[in-house]
Design a protein around this ligand. Structure first.
Ligand code: NAP
Ligand code: ZN
Length: 368
């Protein structure tokens, strides 16, 4: 059997009202917290209130930074961190979708290194970070179990993961916060979770343990397929989506993501496609690129767990849940291709040889 490593140090509290039931655990993190949220949703879905009540009950003071935009920028995180440093906070809490959770990770790093320039996030020097708690309110990114923070870089005209790896100390997983999530965000985030399972399962760095965990994720996702198709979600389905997403995070924390994520960043940056939608549109053509027998067996194995008879059946399912596709010009596809092939590290996550022409073809097959 091949040797492997597996590291996932986040303590997970899963279940309804898990924050109220486990609020004592905030005490070990410090006396003052900085909470990161998006502009509205954390106030509306009860998550911010549950966190602030728990902090009040534990006599921990806090400030709220509620300006994290979708696909957060380095500039926003820099601004927030300056405030956190001024206010002397001890720990950080990210509440929301992947955007506030990722922003909280990078801010936790900058705040622990007050004299450091923001660009240090993209340098290889390993930085310390303030303790971090994550509360997901979408079921998709799995950011609560990954060490990645993906930021928008205007100077590079795309999005990229920072070089710093920041795992949370703990995460609270309560599907109650997701009950009012719109159909569109639910679909896009669910497909993001699926794409983490798929890309992580197929990536070069997949190992025995990450594959087994991914298989548990596929089994949980299978039970959500019909709800995602018909857009009818009850709390049980929301919990299974959340579980699939958290497992997806554990999987990519070992293996990283692969071509759909790399290629999807160009669609998000240039055409504003939501992250999960971008991955999902590219998924079938990416899976069609695999040629070696072992990979083809793996594809069949996960399709089988999901209950799809073929790759075409998965493609048809994604087409149905996404509805009408955006229109892209040949020039755009050329631009996205050139942008994507620059990222040699991500190209190397694909276990077979991949050429510029393959990347172009995935875009053409998926988008034209
Ligand atoms: P998001 O950008 O965090 O949020 C999308 C929208 O959903 C926002 O308008 C947000 O509103 C709203 N929203 C969030 N929770 C809600 C709720 N419970 N009810 C109603 N509305 C809610 O979306 P996301 O797809 O979760 O995250 C995408 C980001 O994560 C991207 O930047 C992507 O690159 C990153 N990502 C990170 C990882 C990782 O490993 N770290 C993995 C995959 C993706 P508000 O703005 O008002 O909150
Ligand atoms: Zn993703």
């Amino acid at each position: 059997m091949e040797a492997f490593q597996f590291f996932m140090p986040v303590k997970l509290y899963f279940g309804r009202d898990c924050i109220e039931k486990n609020k004592e655990c905030f005490k070990s993190l410090g006396k003052k917290a900085m909470i990161f949220t998006g502009k509205h949703s954390a106030r509306n879905n009860g998550s911010l209130m549950d966190v602030t009540k728990a902090l009040d009950d534990m006599s921990i003071s806090y400030l709220v930074f509620d300006e994290v935009e979708e696909n957060p920028t380095l500039e926003t995180i820099g601004r927030a961190s300056e405030r956190g440093i001024r206010e002397n906070v001890d720990f950080v809490i990210g509440i929301g979708g992947g955007s506030p959770m990722d922003a909280a990770k990078s801010a936790a790093c900058l705040m622990a290194n007050a004299d450091m320039d923001m660009d240090a996030l993209y340098e290889s020097k390993k930085l310390t970070h303030l303790p971090l708690v994550e509360v997901p309110t979408t079921a998709g990114t799995g950011s609560e179990t990954t060490p990645y923070s993906i930021l928008t870089l205007h100077e590079k005209k795309t999005k990229a993961s920072t070089k710093q790896l920041v795992f949370a100390e703990m995460a609270f997983l309560d599907a109650n916060y997701m009950m009012e999530l719109s159909d569109v965000v639910t679909t896009n985030t669910a497909v993001d979770a699926l794409s983490h399972l798929v890309e992580g399962y197929m990536a070069v760095k997949a190992n025995f343990m990450s594959e087994k965990i991914a298989e548990a994720g596929f089994a949980a996702f299978k039970e959500c397929l019909e709800a995602v198709r018909t857009k009818k979600y009850d709390i049980e389905v929301r919990e299974k989506l959340l579980l699939s997403s958290t497992i997806g995070g554990m999987v990519i924390s070992q293996s990283g993501t692969s071509l759909p994520h790399l290629m999807g960043y160009a669609l998000t940056y240039n055409r504003n496609l939501p992250h999960g939608r971008a991955n999902g549109l590219l998924m079938k053509a990416y899976l069609s690129l695999f040629k070696n027998e072992q990979s083809l067996k793996k594809i069949n194995r996960f399709l089988d767990i999901l209950g799809f008879a073929s790759l075409d059946a998965l493609g048809d399912y994604l087409d149905e849940v996404f509805g009408d596709k955006e229109v892209f010009t040949d020039q755009e596809i050329e631009k996205f291709t050139k942008l994507s092939v620059q990222n040699k590290l991500k190209l190397a996550t694909f276990p077979e040889k991949v050429e510029e022409e393959d990347i172009r073809n995935i875009y053409i097959k998926s988008l034209k």
